[in-house]
Design a protein around this ligand. Sequence first.
Ligand code: UDP
Length: 252
Amino acid sequence: PRKQLIVVTPTYNRALQAYYLNRLGQVLRLVKSPVLWIVVEMNAASTETAEILRNMGIMYRHLVCMKNSTDVKDRGVHQRNTAIEHIERHRLDGIVYFADDDNIYSLELFESIREISRFGTWPVSMLAQSKNKAILEGPVCNGSHVIGWHTNEKSKRLRRFHVDMSGFAFNSTILWDPKRWHRPTSDPIRQLDTVKEGFQETTFIEQIVEDESQMEGIPPGCYRVMNWHVHIESRELLYPKGWMLQKNLHVV
Ligand code: UDP
């Protein structure tokens, strides 16, 4: 049988939300089953999101994170943690992948991560509106062996693993079966930390793998870009005065 994919998406009400959730949902719909989409909102499950999920025609769970945070940057972190707790509590068996609602994913990505046995990582193309260029973040590989990281000088000394949130996926059983997977610590996973931006990924990964030898570079050679992390500051989008839509753009 095909391995289940567990796709975790934190989301929140904003003008582009319906656009993002439809776009990602439609890609997931094209992925061979079984796929479980775990969508997490803060404080309450919005009716707009519930309706999009209901109509999408894929398996999903709509969760709510009650741990509110004043720091906007930390909210996504708490929402992803809610999903990790859920996966652990219900022993959901599959490959866990954190897919933010606003990024772009190829079908090939989802088929590739299905092949992961323990922990897989790959290079992600980072597209920044303001910088007008794309940079790669993620592993440099020799076959499936991770032998280094795409990085810039500044962060090189600081982060242990140079991986984007959308650039890794792992077998959920690592969460509750540390011995089987030789996890660095048999303590419960502390989950994603509200550490400085850019360090959440590495802090989490350091808890579930010892080093690069426990990683699988995918696809072998890591020579393909399979997803794009787009930085569009939607908070700074300019609207004519009086035309700004605060909420989910539900009705077109
Ligand atoms: N997010 C959220 N609540 C927030 C801020 C972000 O649920 O208050 C979600 C957002 O929908 C996305 C993910 O967290 O799925 C990453 O957010 P963002 O795109 O702002 O981060 P960036 O792409 O800049 O890393």
